[in-house]
Design a protein around this ligand. Sequence first.
Ligand SMILES: NC(=O)C1=CN([C@@H]2O[C@H](COP(=O)(O)OP(=O)(O)OC[C@H]3O[C@@H](n4cnc5c(N)ncnc54)[C@H](OP(=O)(O)O)[C@@H]3O)[C@@H](O)[C@H]2O)C=CC1
Ligand SMILES: O=C(O)C1=N[C@H](C(=O)O)C[C@H](O)C1
Length: 246
Amino acid sequence: MNIALIGYGKMGQIIERFAIERGHEVVLKIGRDNLADLTVSNLRKADVAIDFSTPDAAINNIYTCFEANVPLVVGTTGWYGQLQEIKDECLRGNNTLLYGSNFSIGVNLFFHINEVLAKVMNNYPVYDVQVEEIHHTQKLDSPSGTAMTLAEGIIENLDRKSEWVNELDGNPTIDVLKQEQVLIASQRIENIPGTHTVIYSSEVDEIELKHTAHNRAGFALGAVVAAEWLQNKQGFYNISDIFNLK
Ligand SMILES: NC(=O)C1=CN([C@@H]2O[C@H](COP(=O)(O)OP(=O)(O)OC[C@H]3O[C@@H](n4cnc5c(N)ncnc54)[C@H](OP(=O)(O)O)[C@@H]3O)[C@@H](O)[C@H]2O)C=CC1
Ligand SMILES: O=C(O)C1=N[C@H](C(=O)O)C[C@H](O)C1
């Protein structure tokens, strides 16, 4: 496959390594210093594009890929407020997009276990739940996309929770946490690739479900596998469609 890499930072560079290892060719690499090369005609040289750029850049990049009619894998987080608009536009224009807050196999298993556990916890109201996430200090968005997916998995399955709220580095955004809210506590610490914990606590004990990424390889390999899966498909997909754990 010919691949266009949109965003050539920490993730883009590791994705390139895995793409080449798996026999693909990287025909376009876009970073901040060659943004002018992100054109419809350049994108049409690729069979698929993979975007790991920035929360602010993602929406524009997605629309440019739609215009070029090139299938797109979006790993960038921090744009999900516009998810419905992008989904509608993708389907309206017969385009192809797969997105995911986390492409690693381990986290996708974790997402599934989180949903099963949340269902079980309907019968155990003595436990309250919160999500914690720790990432490197260059991360632009908070909470992490992965933490949002975890909180949404809890909300969809645990009847006593209906929304999430975020605090960054101990700075609360609300005065009082309501019973129906799931707190996502975010922390930024040098060099942490991504650690997520779901904690159920009662007066007498705690249950912790934790995923620690040792490096970024799992995310990057997952993105290349997602691009391969997207070949010859049309429509709007999430990474969970590949793992099919439901
Ligand atoms: N879904 C998943 O599994 C994962 C998702 N992510 C997400 O991927 C994104 C990128 O992460 P990461 O690689 O660590 O971040 P980096 O900051 O290392 O890389 C982002 C790159 O995008 C470039 N860039 C800036 N503006 C644009 C633009 N308009 N178009 C294209 N590229 C642009 C930046 O250029 P410059 O360096 O010049 O600023 C930089 O090279 C983040 O949103 C992160 O949350 C990360 C890991 C896993
Ligand atoms: O910015 C990162 O680094 C990561 N971002 C993703 C997220 O927001 O969940 C995935 C991973 O945790 C690394």
